[in-house]
Design a protein around this ligand. Structure first.
Ligand code: KG4
Ligand code: ZN
Length: 389
């Protein structure tokens, strides 16, 4: 089957075309076309993602991404589409500035290929941003008559970590029970999987997400958005140069010993703020503080994950979400578990699938195929900013 997938939950606008043969968990996925535009340079100016700006940029970028993905897939057909009533499309896209015009112009020049499924992120994420992708999916469905599946973005991150783009275009054949540690700008959670598509959240952050803490601490240090990669780079420099700690007392690890699988990052961020006070940091001091922060942030993740591994007799660990790109996180988990839990298989996403993308939305759409909506039921798909696994 051929899947067109769309991701617009935050600040990446992405469209993919994926061909799938077979069924979960042994299906083969061929990535025919993949187009992604990161809005990060636009959001840098504001020091963070503003939902209204993200929404506007998604609306502007979706048709170019669709065209690029189709071109790459060699499915861009130079003949106009008979899309019937123009007003029906305008109605579906009425809240997405300029998107109706863009799509209608596109359809007047090109036709869409046959699609078996349209997969679109419906949550969690920024609702105004999610709606652009959802409305676009509805418009494409009205033209192609393809069913639509509203995908959970976090399921996408989990499957992205199991997708081996290099080896054989299949999902890893994992042993259950598996545990997913999801670490992104909006989430820090531990999800127990007793089987494919069976998710049970066992722990989560009580306040800030770990990626959010990286971004906020970077901001306190005057580093550009998104702060995560910048902190990671500086922390690595401090470690390589064996620089001493920044403060004279260790940063806190909130909730590290609590009797549950939850996390907390607000206190760590506040401790960093207090430590900086009104000082202007030198470049070297920034590196030292970045390293101290990263040590504290990753140690809490590691401690709670190992605790859950032991408690649930976990066989497989899956780490997903934007923060899984962090080198120190990767090293801590891979080396740490190898020494104490060598029997556990650890899966990390390929670097270009660790931050938001639409390949993972196609994988999750295929995994949840049974929940696909057809015809009139498509109209009821809604954005759900707090959608949970
Ligand atoms: O999954 P993602 O792309 O978007 C969300 O769904 O939130 O995650 C983005 C988050 C941001 O907070 C970003 O700072 C963080 O992932 N991030 C990193 C690194 N790369 C991205 N954090 C630490 N180290 C990195 N190398
Ligand atoms: Zn994400």
């Amino acid at each position: 089957m051929r899947i067109l997938s769309i991701e617009t939950s935050c600040d990446e606008t992405a469209v993919s075309i994926v061909e799938v043969e077979g069924e979960l968990p042994t299906a083969t996925y061929t990535l025919l076309g993949n187009a992604l535009f990161s809005q990060v340079d636009i959001h840098k100016e504001y020091g963070g993602v503003f939902p209204a700006v993200a929404k506007r940029e998604h609306a502007k970028t979706l048709v170019p991404m669709l065209k690029k993905a189709l071109l790459e897939a060699e499915l861009l057909d130079n003949s106009p589409t008979d899309f019937g009533d123009e007003n029906a499309l305008r109605e579906i896209l009425s809240r997405e500035d300029g998107l109706a015009d863009d799509l209608i112009n596109f359809l007047e020049d090109y036709s869409l290929p046959e699609l078996d499924l349209i997969a679109v992120t419906s949550g969690p994420g920024l609702e105004p941003a999610l709606w652009v992708g959802i409305s676009f999916a509805k418009a494409l469905a009205s033209v192609t008559k393809a069913p639509v599946i509203p995908v959970n973005h976090m399921e996408g991150h989990i499957l992205a970590s199991l997708f081996d783009v290099v080896e054989d275009d299949k999902l890893a054949q994992i042993t259950f029970p598996a545990l997913s540690l999801l670490v992104s700008g909006g989430h820090t959670e531990l999800v127990l999987m007793r089987d494919w598509s069976k998710y049970e959240k066992i722990g989560q952050t009580r306040d800030d997400a770990v990626g959010e803490a990286f971004d906020k601490v970077a901001r306190l240090m005057g580093l550009p958005y998104p702060g995560g990669p910048e902190i990671g780079r500086r922390a690595s420099e401090a470690r390589a140069a064996k620089l001493p700690p920044f403060g004279n007392k260790a940063l806190p690890r909130p909730m590290i010993n609590s009797d549950d699988f939850d996390f907390s990052y607000a206190g760590l961020k506040t401790a960093v703020r207090n430590l900086i006070g009104d000082k202007t940091l030198t470049e070297e001091e920034k590196n030292r503080l970045a390293r101290d922060f990263e040590d504290a942030a990753i140690e809490s993740l590691y401690a709670k994950t190992v605790k859950a591994i032991d408690h649930f007799d976990i066989k497989t660990l899956i780490i997903g979400g934007g923060v899984s790109a962090n080198s120190f996180l990767r090293q801590t988990f891979v080396e740490g578990l190898l020494s104490t839990h060598p029997e556990i298989e650890v899966y990390l996403p390929h670097r270009h699938l660790s931050t938001d993308n639409s390949v993972m939305i196609a994988l999750a759409g295929h995994a949840e195929l049974a929940a696909a909506r057809t015809a009139g039921a498509i109209a009821f798909i809604r954005a759900d900013g707090n959608r949970s696994l």
